[in-house]
Ligand binder design. Structure first.
Ligand SMILES: NC(=O)c1ccc[n+]([C@@H]2O[C@H](COP(=O)([O-])OP(=O)(O)OC[C@H]3O[C@@H](n4cnc5c(N)ncnc54)[C@H](O)[C@@H]3O)[C@@H](O)[C@H]2O)c1
Length: 320
């Protein structure tokens, strides 16, 4: 098996037409690829085109797609039968529920109907692909391709192979993701939470601990990120951040502040679960700031801000 330059060009399938599956459909379709969309829930499949068009209209309004929304949407075809959806494509982006049994049943079915060299990338947020592909004939052609929601606004994709995944399969998905405008990263081997959720988990662990110990309100911890750390993070990661924060770069930063960070790490050697009481207190504070019924409109606001940021980042490409 080789990583062909035209891998995926003949069209891809997205299995699972939920939040993330539809996001993937937009990623592939806006790049000009034909997308077959499959879901076991007929209602989900039936309203997929309308949901796609709504998101595409928002993207068009923000200037983030070059073509008319209907042109992009027309590349996506809902297909009720799994074998018909995946039978002729090189690449399948699996985006079904985050449950090992659901994914295992699907991969068993895929084993019987995939084209001989087709590759499957799973959107799995944390379940390694080895947990649902072991022993299947297609296992060497399966890996995790974990996106951030929505993938058409946040381009990062973590590629995580199982121990039996063919390196050529990882290369092929890396090439495809790059061609459709995503930013793939390679994780050498499976680990709990992959890279993205481990980084997020480290921050959440400290945020919950600071809140539980009464050092700060939830709102002030959130502001520390949204009005401070996070502003830089839209453009650079933690290593580049500290490289720029000392006159002599990262080595100088480590010499000045390495001891402080080591002391902080030593204070957190016994991580605790988020207790029900802690979560209830956090929930109450958040619900005072944002009533539950306003969550959807706030999510839409977040997506519009992300679109504005995407426009800005696109305009400043080359300066980064
Ligand atoms: N929501 C996020 O922020 C996010 C981010 C990154 C990755 N993910 C991952 O993406 C995957 C999908 O998550 P989601 O948030 O889109 O969930 P979702 O509940 O919105 O969608 C899942 C869809 O899968 C369908 N489905 C279930 N079994 C199926 C099967 N056997 N064949 C075809 N379709 C089937 C369901 O009908 C549903 O439409 C999960 O693995 C999740 O962990 C989610």
């Amino acid at each position: 098996m080789t990583a062909r330059a035209d891998f995926g060009e003949a069209g891809v399938a997205v299995v699972g037409a939920g939040l993330v599956g539809l996001g993937w459909a937009i990623v592939f379709a806006r790049a000009g690829l034909a997308v077959r969309l499959h879901d076991t829930d007929p209602a989900r499949l039936a309203d997929a085109p309308a949901r796609l068009r709504r998101s595409l209209a928002d993207l068009a309004a923000a200037g983030l797609i070059a073509e008319a929304p209907d042109v992009v949407a027309a590349r996506c075809t809902p297909v009720a039968d799994l074998a018909a959806a995946v039978g002729n494509v090189d690449y399948v982006q699996e985006s079904v529920l985050e449950r090992t049994d659901v994914k295992r049943n699907l991969y068993t079915a895929l084993s019987a109907c995939l084209a001989p060299e087709a590759i499957v990338g799973s959107s799995s947020s944390g379940i390694p692909s080895s947990a649902f592909t072991q022993g299947l004939a297609i296992a060497p052609r399966c890996l995790v391709a974990h996106p951030v929601n929505p993938p058409y606004l946040a381009p990062i994709v973590e590629l995580v192979p199982a121990e039996w995944t063919l390196p050529e399969a990882v290369d092929a998905v890396h090439g495809l993701m790059s061609r459709v405008g995503q930013h793939p990263i390679r994780v050498a081997r499976e680990l709990t939470g992959f890279v993205l959720n481990r980084l997020q988990g480290a921050l959440l662990r400290e945020a919950f601990a600071l809140y539980e110990e009464g050092y700060c309100s939830l709102a002030d911890i959130d502001a520390t990120v949204s009005k401070g750390l996070g502003l830089r993070w839209a453009f650079m990661g933690p290593f580049e951040t500290i490289d720029l924060n000392a006159p002599g770069g990262i080595g100088d930063y480590a010499a000045r502040l390495g001891g402080l960070y080591h002391s902080i790490a030593l204070e957190r050697q016994d991580p605790q679960p988020w207790s029900p009481d802690l979560v209830a207190r956090a929930e109450a504070e958040r619900r005072q700031a944002l009533p539950l019924e306003d969550l959807p409109s706030r999510s839409e606001w977040r997506d519009r801000r992300l679109m504005a940021l995407a426009v800005h980042k696109r305009a400043s490409e080359g300066q980064q």
